[in-house]
Design a protein around this ligand. Structure first.
Ligand code: HEC
Length: 130
């Protein structure tokens, strides 16, 4: 238990920087093919606040692709996300993970991924979590 708390503390420290240490290409490509296997590893960073099947700091993620934003009934969302009118698909998730506050001003998620390939990889992983 103590060990778990330490791990969370470390994750929060990393998250405070707001970005992954991106090792990928700097080229901005419009549409990228995501690698779900890499996405599963990248998803570990999300797990500081999210899990697939339980609400945590963030809402549970299973089935998120295709779902209306802010629609997990037993999670307490920001008003901004609940009234955003968004549906989560590849395009909206890409914009969300690029900068949640730019897409939904007033959201309480601040984590972002600066690398487009890494965003595509995480989204490919989420798509499989039905
Ligand atoms: C530091 C905590 C934190 C981290 C790390 C984090 N999130 Fe979030 N996330 C949140 C919070 C809090 C919300 C709720 C936002 C709101 O209500 O405005 C959220 C909401 C979301 C939503 C909206 C879900 C819905 O039901 O509408 C998605 C999608 C999401 N996060 C994806 C991710 C992904 C993918 C990652 C990893 C790349 C990630 N988040 C990392 C805290 C986090």
């Amino acid at each position: 238990m103590e060990r778990k708390r330490l791990t969370y503390g470390f994750a929060a420290g990393v998250i405070a920087t707001g970005v992954f240490i991106a090792g990928g290409s700097l080229a901005a490509v419009e549409s990228m093919v995501g690698d779900a296997v890499k996405g599963e590893t990248l998803y570990h960073a999300c797990q500081a606040c999210h899990s697939l099947d339980d609400n945590d700091l963030g809402p549970k993620h299973r089935g998120v692709v295709g779902r209306r934003a802010g629609s997990v009934a037993d999670y307490s969302y920001s008003k901004a996300l609940m009234t955003s009118g968004l549906t989560w698909d590849e395009a909206t998730l890409d914009r969300w993970l690029t900068n949640p506050s730019a897409l939904v001003p007033g959201t309480k998620m601040f984590f972002q991924i600066s690398d487009a390939q890494q965003r595509a990889d995480v989204i490919a992983y989420l798509k499989l979590q039905k």
